[in-house]
Design a protein around this ligand. Structure first.
Ligand code: NOJ
Ligand code: CA
Length: 538
């Protein structure tokens, strides 16, 4: 595997992230150390050896802050403390120190668009009167119509239903409404209020001082709201969904958001080698590009590849647009096909063996591209989305959508580590927070680790080969001619060639030595089978 010296971290390396493989740990579902059925930080620490073996460079930990867990941690009641469910501040310190020891960097989630309704600010706001400084930290408005009984505008929550909730009338308030782009338990902050920015800066420094290497910024295209909160032309939901070019959606991408990113960047720049990546669900290249100007985010999640079908033209267009969006910026393009908000790739690309073959092929495509790649825990095992029974569903999307959208639980089922029955070493209790399927014995980490053709082995080899073949400074690709339904590219100026066959039939392999294939190639044959990708050397 990787040479030891590569693993030694240089705390002043300002470019470590430019080509890194990040691994998203959905903390609730990764590993449970204390046997309550819910993953925790000590669980992550206990499995660092696995992540080192996988060869990734950095972890992104989903929120572990104090939270009533209505949106599983994206409803933060204290951003500078750890929820007891996940551990405590000492656990974070130990985890960061041990990860660094093993050459792994850690970025953590930051949730600046909203707080929990249990946050002390929101509690103070509902106890205070309309027009008070307490209410001004959030977006409270009087309602429209007779007695203020209609919401202040027509905005919808991305989780379904209206984006406004009315407070019950009280002696000093006829019942104002407050804005929440997500669940009612996630009130949106008022970013016009300077206290909000000051508090975020405090949170940033709090974690930077504890040694984290950076942040993933939740809803980085939210936060700022347009003056007057104008109606949406068409009440749409997006969860998650790329904001289409040309669609006017005043809930997101307001101009003021860029000042917030400049503020965040200024704080990060006080520390060596720290980074921020924003969650930016925007399709338009020019609008996306504004977030990664030199004084804003170091990188942005471009979700075009995640949103692309398993189709050569769609994949190529996603890659070209992602590269175009960063062309005039110091930021690299970022690549991902999965996260805790999206249907697992195996299922999205068709399910079953075909879906798995395609997900493996797309893993090679994304890992061949120039710039950082974000893997989502469990994809390296080829986990499918799980069809959970109604009783097990926990995502607020299920109820908020009037039980029409089953939500995101299916991609959040805990990871199977070992053994032949649930919970497969994830926890000491079978009562895991989401039930685990009974047929996962063959896809546990243990079952795949020594199996050369397993999805885990494919990921390990790909991550290792990528380190050997990747030019850190490259930001462009060269395309080769390819048969219909196929594509082939390499980094501009050299490196390995990646060829994908997304057509329904075998095609001829491009010339070169096969370094790695996402599926079986017939011995002695020069064919690249359908639903397969290869890496070729010169
Ligand atoms: C994006 C996060 O990825 C998602 O899980 C969460 O529900 C929303 N932001 C709200 O914080
Ligand atoms: Ca636990």
């Amino acid at each position: 595997m990787r040479r030891a010296e590569y693993r030694r971290l240089d705390p002043n390396d300002e470019t470590w992230w430019r080509n890194a493989v990040f691994y998203q740990v959905y903390v609730r579902s990764f590993a449970d150390a204390n046997g309550d059925g819910i993953g925790d930080l000590e669980g992550v620490r206990s499995r660092l050896g696995y992540l080192e073996l996988l060869g990734v460079d950095a972890l992104w930990l989903t929120p572990f802050f104090r939270s009533p867990m209505v949106d599983h941690g994206y409803d933060v009641s204290d951003p500078r403390d750890v929820d007891p469910l996940f551990g405590d501040l000492e656990t974070v310190d130990r985890l960061v120190a041990d990860a660094h020891q093993r050459g792994l960097r850690i970025i953590i989630d930051l949730v600046p668009n909203h707080t929990s309704d249990r946050h002390e600010w929101f509690q103070a706001a509902i106890a205070a009167a309309p027009g008070s400084p307490e209410r001004d930290r959030y977006l409270f408005r009087d309602g429209l119509g007779f007695g203020g009984s209609r919401p202040p505008n027509n905005w919808t929550s991305t989780f379904g239903g209206p984006a406004w909730t009315r407070l019950p009338p009280s002696p000093n308030d006829a019942g104002q409404w407050y804005l929440h782009l997500f669940a009612p338990e996630q009130p949106d902050l008022n970013w016009e209020n300077p206290e909000v920015a000051a508090d975020l800066a405090r949170t940033l420094r709090f974690w930077l001082d504890r040694g984290v290497d950076g942040f993933r910024i939740d809803v980085a295209h939210g936060m700022a709201k347009p003056a007057g909160l104008p109606d949406m032309p068409e009440p749409i939901r997006t969860c998650p969904g790329l904001l289409e070019s040309g669609v006017v959606d005043p809930r997101f991408d307001a101009d003021g958001v860029h000042d917030i990113h400049r503020m965040i960047r200024k704080v990060l720049d006080e520390y060596p080698a720290r980074v921020a990546i924003g969650e930016i669900w925007i399709r338009d290249d020019a609008a996306f590009a504004r977030y990664i100007r030199p004084d804003e985010l170091h990188m942005g999640f471009n979700f075009r590849l995640l949103a692309a079908d398993f189709d050569a033209d769609s994949v190529r267009a996603a890659i070209e647009h992602s590269l175009l969006a960063v062309r005039d910026s110091p930021a690299p393009a970022t690549w991902t096909i999965s996260n805790h908000d999206a249907v697992r790739p195996v299922t999205r690309y068709g399910g079953g063996q075909v879906g798995l073959a395609r997900a493996r092929a797309m893993a090679l495509v994304q890992l061949a591209l120039p710039g950082p790649v974000y893997l989502y825990n469990g994809d390296e095992l080829g986990l499918p989305n799980v069809e959970l029974p109604d009783w097990a569903l926990q995502d607020p999307v299920w109820e908020r959508s009037g039980r029409t959208d089953r939500g995101r639980d299916g991609c959040r089922v805990p990871l199977p580590w070992e053994g032949s029955t649930a919970p497969y070493g994830f926890s000491a209790t079978p009562g895991t927070w989401l039930p685990m399927p009974s047929n996962w014995a063959g896809i546990t980490v243990e079952a795949q680790l020594e199996e050369p053709t397993s999805t885990l082995s494919l990921y390990r080899q790909a991550v290792e080969l990528r380190q050997e073949h990747h030019a850190v400074t490259c930001t462009e690709v060269e395309w080769y001619g390819a048969p219909p339904g196929c594509l082939a590219f390499r980094h501009k100026g050299g490196g390995l060639v990646c060829a994908l066959n997304a057509s329904g039939a075998p095609v001829s392999l491009p010339p070169g030595q096969v370094l790695l294939a996402s599926g079986p190639l017939l011995p002695g044959s020069d064919a690249l089978p359908a639903n397969t990708a290869v890496w070729l050397g010169e």
